[in-house]
Write a protein that binds this ligand. Structure first.
Ligand code: SAM
Ligand code: DTB
Ligand code: SF4
Length: 342
């Protein structure tokens, strides 16, 4: 029998997570939806909009990425965007209903000068009444503290895959480097957004191992983006055999079971997904999406399509309530008396 994930835990074994992934599909989805309803309002989806603030020419060699200077993709590199362009994009995102604005830069890590420029963007987006998130690559402890002091809400840094499979995807930074950045983000008091990519040729055990890493962090990430590989021509992972869509749903459901207080975000790859597949992901406990026409460099599902699907499914946009504590803060110190979030 698989272990019951009723209480938030931080001591998962890969075997126990594989046992969840192996459950009969309906049993797993029922468990995920039950867990979801114990911790979140049903039928609410948080929406975040992405903007690439610095595009391409990245020195890293992530095998999935359109933005690596080491891959021959058709992407045109662009320097850091002017502040006014970022404010215009954030204003448009808010008008469409987004509550969080996520700014991504194709850097290995930001320089201190880069950080100053991003901090001005964070302040301007915050002033519009949006939650702020940035993803800039690796951070030092001091840089994380500076971002926190500037009022940043979330930092996105993904583990991407299992420690075992990682070497087949990236060679220019280690898994330990990623864990260290997450540690700096957490220590600075920023909220963490961390997840991974499925469909890169990894095994079910790798997917279990990635989820195990995320769930065994000292605090569960407040947001867990689950990306489906967007295959970009010219990248080493272009042409990888596609993942069984039901395996994607199983992984979303297992993430929900393991990290009951976290927002599980249906992330890259939605453009290629049918409405029916996305509906299953929402049933499996996904309660957040990237919203808008574009991800960073590739197309997204589109706001109109999302609104139509939400209507068909009876899903509502979650409103931003600045005074409400995000329910994702599930720390190791939490005990068996852990209560559902309000
Ligand atoms: N350069 C920074 C870094 O890598 O930390 C921030 C931006 S990077 C594009 C953010 C994340 O986007 C990656 O860690 C990866 O999980 C996801 N991503 C990038 N390209 C993707 C693709 N083609 N398909 C799915 N996810 C992708
Ligand atoms: C995340 O996990 N996915 C987003 C965000 N965090 C930064 C990025 C997806 C990128 C998909 C490929 C692209 O558009 O370049
Ligand atoms: Fe660079 Fe980030 Fe793309 Fe890796 S994922 S190549 S670090 S932009």
């Amino acid at each position: 029998m698989p272990e019951t994930p009723a209480l938030p835990r931080h001591d998962w074994t890969i075997d126990a997570v594989v046992a969840l992934l192996d459950l009969p599909f309906n049993d797993l989805l029922l468990q995920a939806q039950t867990t979801h309803r114990a911790h979140f309002a049903a039928n609410r989806v948080q929406v975040s909009t992405l903007l690439s603030i610095k595009t391409g020419a990245c020195p890293e060699d992530c095998g999935y990425c359109s933005q690596s200077a080491r891959h021959e993709t058709e992407l045109a590199p662009e320097p850091l965007l002017p502040l006014a362009t970022v404010v215009d994009a954030a204003t448009a995102a808010k008008a469409q209903g987004a509550t969080r604005f996520c700014m991504g830069a194709a850097w290995r890590n930001p320089t201190d000068k880069n950080l100053e420029q991003v901090i001005a963007m964070v302040a301007a987006v915050h002033a519009l009444g949006l939650e702020t998130c940035v993803t800039l690559g690796m951070l030092t402890a001091a840089q994380a503290l500076r971002l926190k002091a500037a009022g940043l809400d979330y930092y996105n840094h993904n583990l991407d895959t299992s420690p075992e499979f990682y070497g087949q995807v990236i060679s220019t930074r280690t898994y330990q480097d990623r864990l260290a950045t997450l540690e700096h983000v957490r220590a600075a008091g920023l909220k963490t957004c961390s997840g991974g990519i499925l469909g890169m040729g990894e095994s079910r055990r790798d997917r279990a191992s990635l989820l195990c890493q995320l769930a065994n962090l000292p605090a569960h990430p407040e947001s867990v983006p689950i990306n489906l590989l967007v295959q970009v021509e010219g990248t080493p992972l272009f042409g990888t055999a596609s993942l069984d869509p039901l395996e994607f749903v199983r992984t979303v459901a297992t993430a929900r079971c393991l990290m009951p207080h976290s927002y599980v975000r249906l992330s890259a790859g939605r453009e290629q997904m049918s409405d029916e597949l996305q509906a299953l992901c929402y049933f499996a406990g996904a309660n957040s999406v990237f919203y808008g026409e574009q991800l960073l460099t590739t197309p997204n599902a589109g706001a109109e399509r999302d609104r139509a699907l939400f209507d068909r499914l009876g899903l509502a946009f979650e409103a931003f309530e600045p005074e409400r504590e995000a329910p994702g803060a599930c720390h190791r110190t939490q005990t068996a008396g852990d209560q559902p979030a309000p």
